[in-house]
Design a protein around this ligand. Structure first.
Ligand code: GLA
Length: 373
């Protein structure tokens, strides 16, 4: 991939030198819709990446080619404005803008982007694109950043420039994740550590191939509902500034003051945070079944309390319930389509891949895609 990209890049832009920078997509094992509530998450990078080949250029113009989309755009570092014609370009421009906001002077550039993270599947192709282009700009301009700082810059680029009010999980794991390990992140303190995954199991991702149309408006609505719960509970409880601060006891205490829909949203986040902490313990003891059980609990909570699942995701998760060798399954990412994440014992992966695809097709007439993370 890297060699082909370099050749394309140098040939197209007629440059002799270039560097390639990449970042992986991710799948979240547990801890969904908790990051923007100052909570806990446990994602892992997948073996699919977005790559950016880049060469510095005189002046203030940046030309970017999206190889896989057959599209190209050019912008001036002096006057960065959001593009509706090239939505993917906003990620690259957003990164350039936040770096300049930080006081860095950037040189012009030629860039070529390519990757194999499925787009719009909830595997964070956007965070991978942000991080790959951030790394390219850093390298061309000699900018050193701590990885946590880089993650927050990339998130800011997405929040401010692309307009999705996402949390920091995706950029964090794109910046700091290691293949084959999970990354525990405390999204309030930024404390983070690598977590070993069970050696005899594989993380298998199943793509519903359903595009997430509603995702951004429903996402921002969920964020608002969480804030509403915090406003109500925080009136009585000093020190509650995010759902992270709400214990199960506090939620019970203030339950009747919350609207029914807000009750359910808060219950998801409060219990999901607990599930992440419990997961760390279980994985620490090698209790794969226990962890798998929490994955199923997480899915139920996202389905009924947070209401971000959909029929396709439920079909995929339910189909695993009687399959041998599957420790756990749940929807992953923002929801409304996208993928499920499954923990499958070695030796059962092939059988799993076949039966899940068959059952999914029978139930939905759609063809699922399966990836090994
Ligand atoms: C999207 C966002 C993340 C996170 C997840 C849900 O992937 O980008 O910040 O909120 O949804 O857990």
């Amino acid at each position: 991939m890297e060699a082909r990209l370099t050749e394309e890049h140098r040939g197209f832009f007629s440059v002799d030198e270039s560097e390639v920078h990449g970042a992986p997509g991710r799948v979240n094992l547990i801890g969904e819709h908790t990051d923007y509530n100052d909570g806990f998450v446990l994602p892992t990078p997948i073996d699919r990446h977005v790559w950016a080949a880049a060469s510095p250029r005189d002046g203030v113009r940046v030309a970017v080619r999206a190889l896989d989309l057959g599209d190209m755009m050019e912008f001036s570092l002096d006057a960065i404005t959001r593009s509706t014609d090239h939505p993917w370009g906003n990620y690259v421009m957003g990164v350039a803008q936040v770096l300049q906001d930080e006081g860095h002077r950037l040189r012009g550039a030629y860039m070529t982007i390519s990757g194999d993270v499925p787009i719009g599947a909830g595997l964070s192709s956007s965070a991978a694109l942000l991080m790959a282009s951030l790394r390219a700009f850093q390298s061309m301009n000699g900018i050193a950043l701590e990885p946590v700082e880089a993650a927050y810059l990339a998130r800011r680029a997405e929040n401010r420039f692309v307009g999705v009010q996402c949390g920091v999980m995706d950029q964090f794991v794109a910046a700091l994740g290691e293949h084959g390990k999970a990354l525990f992140i405390d999204c309030r303190t930024n404390e983070h550590r690598l977590v070993e995954l069970p050696r005899d199991h594989r993380v298998v991702v199943v793509n519903t191939m359903k595009s997430r149309d509603l995702a951004s408006s429903a996402y921002n609505e969920r964020r608002e509902q969480c804030l509403e719960a915090v406003r109500v509970i925080g009136r009585h409880e000093a020190g509650v500034t995010a759902l992270r601060d709400v214990t199960p006891e506090l939620l019970v205490k203030h339950w009747s003051e919350l609207q029914p829909v807000i009750q359910r949203r808060a219950r998801h986040v409060v219990t999901e945070n607990q599930r992440v902490l419990e997961s760390l313990e279980l994985l620490g003891h090698g209790d794969v079944e226990g962890f798998g059980g929490l994955m199923y609990d997480s899915h139920e909570s996202l389905r009924h309390d947070y209401e971000v699942s959909c029929r396709e995701l439920d079909v995929l998760v339910d189909a695993t319930l009687d399959m041998r060798g599957v420790a756990g399954a749940r929807m992953t990412g923002a929801g409304f389509g996208g993928c499920t994440v499954n923990l499958v014992e070695d030796g059962y992966v092939e059988g799993f891949t076949q039966s899940i695809a068959e059952r999914y097709f029978k139930a939905t007439a759609k063809r699922a895609e399966v990836y090994l993370a």
